[in-house]
Ligand binder design. Structure first.
Ligand code: COA
Length: 228
């Protein structure tokens, strides 16, 4: 999804962002919800992660677009998540609360996303769809994300993501998300967790099964809409 067709109108704003680096993986405590454990990745997640990343119905909606070719590819992802690159993301294994087995992954995987703001992503194995797990995850994730230590900073963001009056360049911090225009379950998750659609744009599809332009939707949630 890398090649933009719709032109961007960028603007520099004063805002806040989580202090970098994020808390180290080794210092991140599991987040428990009613049915889920949201925790750092561990070596024993490989079988479940590979199974998840083999599901075409799931991978279709990821940036990669297609299942992993072999276990080695999934292992490389897991190694990245558990190693030092994982410290630069706020990304988690999402596990069944009773068995601690990975059923999905999610979190803030991009510090500078498509519309300039950090970006959230998530995916669950198909057997877990339609049970409200993604909504439960995003709500818990936002609670944890908004209370991370903050720093005041300048960010270049898409002008359509901020409301600015003339001469004012301060903006409330946002977290972004990108979906394809047809991903109704994900739209529903984002709406239920406080995100609003802020932009519709076209990119040159680079998924192997896609040809021509692809319509994407950009979403943002503003700090601290979920903080309690
Ligand atoms: C998007 C995704 C994470 C949603 O997970 P989920 O746990 O099913 O989400 P929830 O149950 O919390 O909410 C999804 C909503 O869509 C509905 N839904 C779920 N699967 C659906 C399907 N296959 N067809 C139609 N509706 C569906 C749910 O019933 C629910 O509806 P509601 O809002 O009326 O309650 C999951 O479908 C997935 O992993 N998809 C593949 C990867 C992906 O798309 N990631 C997001 C990229 S932006």
């Amino acid at each position: 999804m890398a090649l933009p067709v719709t032109q961007k109108n960028s603007i520099t704003v004063q805002t806040t962002l989580p202090v970098q680096p994020y808390p180290l993986i080794s210092d991140r405590n599991p987040i428990k919800t009613q049915r889920l454990i949201i925790r750092p990745f561990q070596a024993s997640d490989i079988d479940a992660l590979y199974e998840l990343r083999l599901q075409p119905e799931v991978m279709k909606y990821t940036k990669k677009g297609v299942p992993d070719i072999n276990r080695t590819e999934s292992q490389e992802i897991l190694d990245k998540m558990m190693g030092s690159p994982g410290n630069d993301m706020y990304n988690f294994a999402i596990c069944d609360g009773k068995t601690n087995v990975l059923i999905g992954t999610g979190g803030c995987h991009l510090p500078v996303g498509e519309v300039g703001w950090p970006e959230i992503g998530y995916m669950f194995r198909k057997e877990a769809h339609g049970k409200g797990y993604a909504t439960e995850f995003v709500n818990a994730f936002l609670d944890a994300y908004w209370v991370l230590p903050r720093v005041r900073t300048e960010v270049v963001v898409d002008a359509e993501t901020v409301e600015l009056s003339e001469g004012v360049t301060a903006a409330k911090e946002c977290l972004g998300a990108i979906t394809t225009a047809d991903n109704k379950p994900s739209h529903s998750v984002l709406r239920k967790t406080g995100f609003e659609r802020v932009k519709v744009f076209e990119v040159l599809g680079n998924h192997p099964q896609e040809e021509g332009d692809m319509t994407l939707w950009a979403w943002t949630v503003k700090w601290p809409s979920k903080a309690t």
